[in-house]
Design a protein around this ligand. Structure first.
Ligand SMILES: [Fe+2]
Ligand SMILES: [Fe+2]
Length: 475
């Protein structure tokens, strides 16, 4: 069940060979995917031999195999976690019933929508990151970028499998459309706003993989609770890959901080101008990047009050983060939850029905998890003796969705006037000048073991290889 046959055209552990119609449909989708990768995947990298890991089994003990692979030859496949015997739906109106192995008719449209929305983010991030390889700060980082990219490609496969297998003709059409939308395209944009933003430089990339891939983690965790068992099993396996993406982001930002602090200590200064002249990213600029990525990403959880969120939960389609570990009744009728709004110039909490506030519940869980990582970054800074500390911005800061959309709130959580917002915007969010400066640092470093000046080397290499290992062989 769990081993993967790589002699198949589409590697899988779902016995694709036993369903010829489905196999043929996916084999027809495959060339379109490869065309999309050639068009929108990592720029100019088709001939590189990249030291990548590939899933060979879904067992926790040995799923990864490392070897040099040309990315267009990467074995994208369909891997589901093994089924749990007699799994039951454990929240919502169907609590206690057997988990569904097929899509219940009445939930078909909602499930399709959930799967398409998740699926759309996967190719979107590859598109957002496609030029970054041209300015990689090291071979090690380049390899990590490519690893993230091929795995996001595999996540697309995961969602496309569900669409083809369970949603008939509509599903096949949605699978086509996933290859047609493009991040940032005016006429055919990706579905969610954060996935239409640019990822123009490596500081953005590290912030994105820390902050936005973590949104991925929380969405996948909520879907891993789903009463629709194939969705639960596929998202569980995706989560094992997502962990690496967040590692890339957390360690990437950590290494930026490390390097900047080293130079601050050498030059005995915290003056951004002097640090910039020395070719490192000053800490207030890192803070502004964090403010931007954090605020744009928490919008991804959706409106603070949402009848869709209530429906998805009560229907058993999407649970809460760690639903199984919570001790309430898992139905939540009559429960309330606080949401924020601006009233008379101040932020105030208001209790609303929890079922309608489940986006906010997931957002708050996400914020707690994100802040824990910011504290880990602060320990990196603290160890160097530099007094600066990063701070996650207040959740009302720079919001574009829900009750707080357009509210003018500082990163510390004070409601401010439009005039103050305008005057201080460049203190709180990356300015054109910040972005131009960070862009000016981006240059391509290709020798094994060398690193761009603005980032420290990692503590150790990938798969116990040395840091100066040849992670990418350029064609
Ligand atoms: Fe993903
Ligand atoms: Fe990811």
């Amino acid at each position: 069940m769990s081993s993967v046959d790589y002699s198949d055209k589409i590697p899988n552990n779902v016995d694709l060979a036993g369903d010829r119609t489905l196999q043929r449909a996916l084999e027809r989708w495959q060339p379109g995917f490869l065309d999309w990768w050639a068009d929108m995947g990592p720029d100019g990298s088709a001939d590189y031999d990249v030291y990548l890991r590939t899933a060979v089994s879904v067992e926790p003990s040995g799923w990864a195999q490392f070897d040099y692979v040309k990315m267009p030859d990467y074995r994208w496949g369909i891997f589901l976690n093994p089924p749990e015997k007699d799994r039951k739906i454990h929240f919502g109106d169907h609590l206690g019933e057997a988990a569904w192995q097929d899509v219940p008719g009445e939930h078909r449209a909602n499930l399709r929508r959930i799967i398409v929305t998740q699926g759309d983010t996967e190719p979107a991030s590859v598109e957002q990151q496609r030029h970054l390889g041209l300015t990689a700060p090291s071979q090690y980082d380049l390899r990590n970028l490519f690893q993230v990219n091929v795995e996001e490609g595999r996540h697309l496969w995961a969602m496309v499998y569900l669409l083809h297998r369970f949603f008939g003709r509509d599903g096949r059409e949605e699978a086509e459309a996933l290859l047609e939308r493009r991040s940032g395209d005016r006429d055919h944009p990706r579905i969610l706003a954060a996935f239409n933003e640019k990822t123009p430089d490596w500081l953005s990339f590290f912030m994105f993989t820390y902050v936005t891939d973590r949104d991925g983690k929380f969405q996948l965790c909520a879907l891993a609770e789903s009463g629709f068992d194939p969705l639960a099993r596929t998202t569980k396996f995706m989560l094992t890959e997502e962990a690496h993406h967040m590692f890339v982001g957390e360690s990437g930002v950590g290494r930026v901080l490390q390097r900047t602090c080293e130079v601050m200590n050498q030059l005995k200064t915290d003056d951004p101008a002097r640090l910039r002249a020395a070719g490192v990213i000053d800490l207030p600029t890192v803070q502004r990047y964090l403010n931007f990525h954090f605020s744009v990403t928490i919008d991804l959880f959706g409106a603070d009050q949402s009848s869709n969120a209530a429906t998805f939960y009560s229907a058993g389609l999407k649970g809460r983060y760690q639903e199984g570990q919570r001790s309430d009744d898992h139905r939540l009728r009559g429960e309330t939850y606080p949401v924020l709004e601006v009233a008379h110039g101040a932020l105030v909490e208001r209790q609303v029905p929890m079922l309608n506030a489940l986006n906010e519940v997931l957002r708050d869980d996400y914020i707690r998890d994100s802040i824990a990582g910011v504290q880990r970054w602060n320990r990196v800074i603290e160890k160097t003796g530099v007094p600066f500390r990063l701070e996650a911005p207040h959740k009302a800061f720079n919001r574009g969705i829900g009750t707080l959309a357009g509210a003018r709130v500082s990163p510390r959580g004070e409601v401010v006037s439009e005039a103050e917002w305008k005057a201080r915007r460049d203190e709180w969010l990356p300015s054109e000048g910040d972005r131009a400066f960070v862009a000016s640092l981006m240059g391509r470093v290709v020798e094994p073991g060398r690193f761009a000046n603005w980032i420290a080397p990692p503590a150790s290499g990938i798969n116990r290889q040395p840091v100066d290992f040849e992670y990418v062989r350029f064609g």
